[in-house]
Design a protein around this ligand. Structure first.
Ligand SMILES: [Zn+2]
Length: 360
């Protein structure tokens, strides 16, 4: 991967991330393998972004065919209608970047036989043949396939990222799942499963889910951004990042694994994670004294507030009775100065004021 700044170098703008101090070792991307499960509205764009970024190898899994009804989304083209999604995707992606290696599987990962093969490929399909892939991305559109990926990754201890777009097309999310450490897909089941409803019964004949290229593009962008940060070790990787298109709201949070998770491999991974954590040498936290002056601050400006906690509390006034977890940003002092008690400084000399105070 050349860093040469010439118009003919497809990687010059990516390698510039090093010069800008964002990524230490961008060319490492050539060594990574990512499996993309589901090459639909989110998965195809995800695969294209990774291809253009110069990923080492992609494994693509999907059993669908390209349809004209998919043309409201990005990536696939009308002349590809009828082709399998993985075949059409591989063809396009190879044209975009011939440096990337591909493995494609035109099958449904949830059937017993395919599931075994899927497990085999994610545990041995890396660029460095025999090694597990670096990351599995779930870009599927149903619960059953997500559970299959979850089961496989829990058993293999394989880190993966889940993504999803709602059926009404105006919200989505991405989630990082590290088996044993963060909540898996079975740790916090979605409402449909919690209510014990078979999702197939929710799908009504003739009623199809809505989709927007915008929402799918945003979710794919957030997903690949997180993949790059995770693989190339820069910035902060989000554990869970939601996207609400109606309000442009992006909630983010982290969920710990559930010790009562239904998946026994998840519970096993949690035990192993605990052991690993306990075995790590304790890092002693040395409390550093607050530095008053910055070393590089030649003017010696003090950065520490002279107001004490008590001063702040006194100035904050009474705190209203609030439910647990809610705090007020600020409060107004309750006692406004009572008229008559104030002194008009301008009319009196300092001596007069002092005398008045002595008499009080
Ligand atoms: Zn779990």
């Amino acid at each position: 991967m050349s860093a040469e700044v010439v118009d003919s170098n497809p990687y010059s703008r990516l390698m510039a991330l090093k010069r800008m101090g964002i990524v230490d070792d961008y060319e490492k991307i050539r060594t990574y393998t990512v499996a993309v499960v589901g090459v639909g509205g989110v998965g195809s764009v995800t695969a294209e972004m990774l291809t253009r970024c110069g990923i080492g190898k992609l494994l693509l899994f999907d059993y669908d065919k390209v349809e004209l009804a998919n043309m409201n989304r990005l990536f696939f083209q009308p002349h590809q209608a009828g082709l399998s999604k993985v075949e059409a995707a591989e063809h396009t992606l190879r044209n975009i970047n011939p440096d990337v290696s591909f493995e494609t599987y035109n099958y449904n990962i949830t059937t017993m036989e395919n599931f075994t093969h899927f497990m085999e490929r994610i545990s041995h399909g890396a660029l460095d043949e025999g090694k597990p892939v670096d990351l599995v991305l779930s870009c599927v559109d149903n619960f059953e396939a997500r559970m299959a990926i979850n089961t496989a990754c829990n058993e293999l201890g394989q880190t993966w990222m889940e993504s999803g777009v709602s059926e009404n097309a105006v919200s989505g999310h991405i989630q990082l799942i590290i088996p044993g450490e963060t909540a898996c897909f079975a740790c916090a089941p979605p409402l449909v499963v919690a209510a014990n409803i078979d999702e197939k019964t929710l799908k009504r004949e003739g009623v199809c889910a809505a989709s927007l290229p915008t929402t799918m593009g945003v979710v794919a962008g957030l997903l690949v951004q997180n993949v790059l940060k995770y693989l190339l070790k820069f910035g902060t990787v989000s554990y869970y990042l939601g996207y609400n298109a109606m309000q442009d709201f992006f909630p983010s949070m982290a969920m710990k694994a559930n010790p009562q998770c239904n998946d026994h491999y998840c519970r096993k991974q949690q035990e192993e994670y605990k052991k690993k954590e306990a075995a790590q040498p304790k890092v002693e936290i040395v409390e550093k004294e607050e530095e008053v002056v910055h070393e590089d601050n030649e003017w010696g400006i003090e950065l520490v507030s002279e107001i004490t906690e008590a001063d702040l509390q006194a100035a904050a006034g009474p705190v209203p009775d609030l439910p647990e977890g809610i705090t007020v940003a600020y409060t107004v002092p309750s006692e406004a100065p009572v008229e008559g008690e104030t002194v008009d400084v301008a009319d009196q000399s300092l001596e007069e004021l002092m005398a008045k105070m002595r008499n009080l």
